[in-house]
Every structure is written in C-alpha cells, then in structure tokens.
Write a protein that binds this ligand. Structure first.
Ligand code: UD1
Length: 422
C-alpha cells in the first residue's frame, strides 16, 4: 500500500497548472457510446478513475487511443452492453454508461453500485428517469437490466418530463445522454446545475445533440436520430483548483493557478476570502496570498452554485487551525466526516453531531500517521500534513490517485516536502 510522507510547515509558493476535470471527463467519455464516430478529447487528466473508465469502455468494444492528455474514443464496434460488478464497485461513475447504452442499443446491464465510504448513494433516480422514457427495468442478481421494448414500439426511448426530487449530478448526466437519442422532447426538472453538466452538454451539442437550459435547473433535450463525432476540450477541475488554493491558504503561502476558471469557483473563493486570503483572478489565472492564521469559516454543503461537498474536507483542515470556532454542515452525503477521526490524531479539536461538525481551531497540528478513507478526505489529510509540525504519513493514498493528477509533483513544484513511500 503506497503512502505519502510530508514534512509540514513550508508555505506553498509558485505556479501550478490545473488539470482537466475528472467529473467532466468521466461522463464525456461515456458519451462516446452514443455514436459510431470518433470522439476526440483533449485535456483529459491522467488519473486512476479515467483509466478505469477507459478499461470499462474498451471491454464494451470502444476503441481507445491515448496520447498525452488526448484521448480518442470510437464506439463503432460496441458489442458488450454491460458494466460488470468488478468495475462498478471500484468506481461508481461507471453507472454513466447506462443512459448512453439504452439510448443507442435499446439495452444495458449495469451492476448496482452498492454502498461506498461516504454513504449509501442509490441510483433510483437514474432508473426512474429511464423508466419514464419507456425502458423496462428489472433488478436481477445485483444488476440493473434495462431494455426498451421493440414489440409495438420503435425500440427507442421516448422523450418525457422528468422531475428529480433530489438534485443528482450523474443522474442528470445519465438522463441527458439518454434523451439526446430519444424520440421527442425530454425536460429534466430540478436538474443539477454543476459546471460539469454544462461541459457534457457542450460536448453533446458538438456531437449534434439539441440541448438547452443546461446550467439552470430545467434542461430541455430534443432527441435526434443520430449523433456524430466531435472534438472537445475537458474543462478545468474546480475541485483540484480549490484544493490547491486551500493548501496555499492553510500554509500561509502565495500561489497562482494556471489554466483555471475563476467563474466556477465563486463560493470557494468567497469562503477563502472570509478566511482572510487575498484572492485575485485574471483570465485563466487565479492568485491567492495568505498571511497569518486563518479566520474560521462556517459553511453548508449543497448542490451548485452553493458550496460543494467535494471541498468540505479540505476546508475542515483549514478550519482546524483557524483562530476561532466554525460550524460545518454536510447536506449531500450522510457519512462524509470520516476525515474527522484522522484530523483528531493530528491534534484537531472537532465534534460531530449528525451532519454537523463543530471545529475549534487550534494553534498548530502535530504530524502523525493517518489513513485516507476516500478521495476528498485524502486531500484534507495532505493539507493537514502540509501544515502540521514534523512528519505526517498519509496511508492508503490510492484514493488520491483516483482524482488528483500528479499531486506530489505539483506540490513539490510549489515547495512542499512530500515523497511517496512504496
Ligand atoms: C457527483 C460527483 C461527486 C460529488 C457529487 C455531489 C461525479 C462523477 N461525482 O456524484 O464527486 O460529490 O456529485 O456533488 O460527478 N441520490 C439519490 N438517488 C439517486 C442519485 C443520487 O438519492 O438516484 C442522492 C445521493 O445519495 C446523494 C445526493 O443524491 O445524497 C447527490 O448525489 P449525486 O449528485 O447523484 O452524486 P453523484 O452524481 O454520484
């Protein structure tokens, strides 16, 4: 099991390139299942989750050719309409093949994801949406088996009005892809407004889809009979951006993000400002400068444009050393405070009651061995390690490799003392 050893106490300084967004690249890769032509992607991050998705698509018959951060996907020979348990259990985003497969081939078998470290995370809304579009769905042997009836019908999904009673990012993406090839108009209400949904819509439009309203809570898709190949550049990763900014703020550093997008970082930048950081955006650069101890920031996670759950853990590391107490409320996932126990091992004072954490800032953290439990919890522990006095060893960093491209190289470039122990 690989670990990261970090010598804390060095302020981060310098420039860092922001990679393409994992959560945009994953659904967009699945969009390649919607056409027999080539989908040519650029700015695809080099991450474990991307490799898993590529493997899954290849198992189905998609041809993949990668060169650096470019990836060409060609779905002309798709023959296996299945996402097996082995893949889905390692990466829940595998469920994103469901909508495209049913839309283009009228059939799919996708393993049910089951529980994961941060909560139960069901996919009932994906299933209900496809049922509303005419798919017959059975759960058999742990698999979702979806089929569009051919007898008396066209074997094609039908446009429908679908209301999400909980905002779901991948649910919106799955149904948007399904609707792109459906017969008629689909309206998704209470849809996710995340920028990654907009990036997927941009890619689908480049492939010939008719979509409007993405970025708002009502998305309208007029199905077309066929989609074609396209070129698409994956948007910058807002969570990676936020993570580096928080790391710089926590260490009292001064950094510049390159190839970032400040317009999708609003709440994150606002909270960093509240913490006492001086933040400035210029084109695709975001600068942050921080001196002294952070001020505590209260926050509540909620769907975009509110504060992202994927940044909650990193801000907890910042609040752990703040000059005062803060309250952090997690409203998206029921079990997303796994990092609290580990932060306590470094000397943080945090109490959790239900979905609320009360963080009493301490003047310093002490290095120790800690264990990563999920992707963003790992990022929180790395930030805490960068701040703590002495050495922190973060165990189980395979979680980190799922979502942060070349993290130790990037942090080293910013002056951090960090090395991988194999
Ligand atoms: C996506 C992101 C993840 C982020 C999350 C919330 C990707 C690949 N992953 O995950 O990084 O943390 O959004 O911003 O983009 N829910 C249901 N039924 C469903 C679907 C969801 O009850 O059918 C619930 C979930 O349990 C959760 C909430 O809805 O409580 C939001 O989840 P959702 O937006 O679907 O998360 P993901 O799309 O899986």
């Amino acid at each position: 099991m690989q670990k990261l050893a970090i010598q804390g106490g060095i302020p981060l300084r310098g420039e860092v390139h922001i990679s393409g967004a994992k959560n945009a690249a994953l659904p967009i890769m699945c969009a390649s299942l919607l056409t027999a032509d080539t989908l040519q992607l650029s700015n695809v991050p080099d991450l474990h989750d991307i490799a898993t998705m590529r493997k899954l698509l290849e198992q189905m018959g998609v041809k993949a050719v990668a060169q650096g951060n470019e990836l060409a996907l060609q779905g002309g020979q798709v023959h296996k309409l299945e996402a097996p348990y082995d893949m889905v259990k390692t990466m829940r985003a595998s469920v994103l093949v469901l909508g495209p497969l049913v839309a283009r081939f009228g059939e799919a078998r996708v393993s049910l994801p089951g529980g994961c470290a941060i909560g139960s995370r069901p996919v009932d809304l994906h299933i209900k949406g496809l049922q509303a579009m005419g798919a017959e769905i059975h759960i058999e042997h742990g698999y979702i088996h979806a089929q569009v009836p051919k007898i008396g019908g066209s074997g094609r999904l039908k446009g429908a009005r679908i209301f999400f009673d909980i905002v779901s990012v991948t649910g919106t993406e799955n149904l948007m892809m399904a609707a792109a090839l459906a017969d008629g108009v689909t309206v998704l209400e209470n849809a996710a407004r995340e920028p990654e949904v907009v990036d997927l819509a941009n890619c689908l439009r480049a492939m010939g889809a008719q979509i409007s309203g993405d970025g708002s809570d009502t998305i309208t898709i007029t199905g077309v009979e066929k989609l074609h190949g396209a070129l698409h550049r994956i948007m910058p990763d807002r969570i990676e951006s936020g993570t580096f900014l928080v790391a710089a703020a926590a260490t009292g550093g001064s950094i510049t993000l390159r190839d970032a997008r400040a317009d999708i970082l609003d709440t994150i930048l606002e909270k960093l400002g509240e913490a006492g950081a001086c933040v400035r955006a210029e084109g695709d650069h975001v600068h942050l400068e921080m001196s002294g101890r952070p001020r505590p920031v209260n926050l509540r996670t909620a769907p975009y444009p509110a504060f992202p759950t994927d940044m909650q853990a990193q801000f907890m590391a910042l609040n752990a050393i703040a000059d005062g107490s803060s309250m952090m409320v997690e409203t998206i996932f029921e079990n997303r405070f796994m990092h609290v126990q580990e932060l306590r091992r470094l000397g943080a004072q945090i109490d959790v009651e239900g979905n609320t954490a009360l963080v009493r800032g301490v003047s310093h953290l002490d290095g120790a061995t800690v264990m990563a439990t999920d992707l963003r919890a790992s990022a929180c522990l790395v930030i805490a390690g960068l701040v703590a006095q002495g050495e922190t060893v973060v165990d189980r960093i395979y979680h980190l490799d799922r979502g942060y491209e070349h993290i130790e190289a990037k942090l080293s470039q910013l002056g951090a003392s960090i090395r991988r122990l194999k």
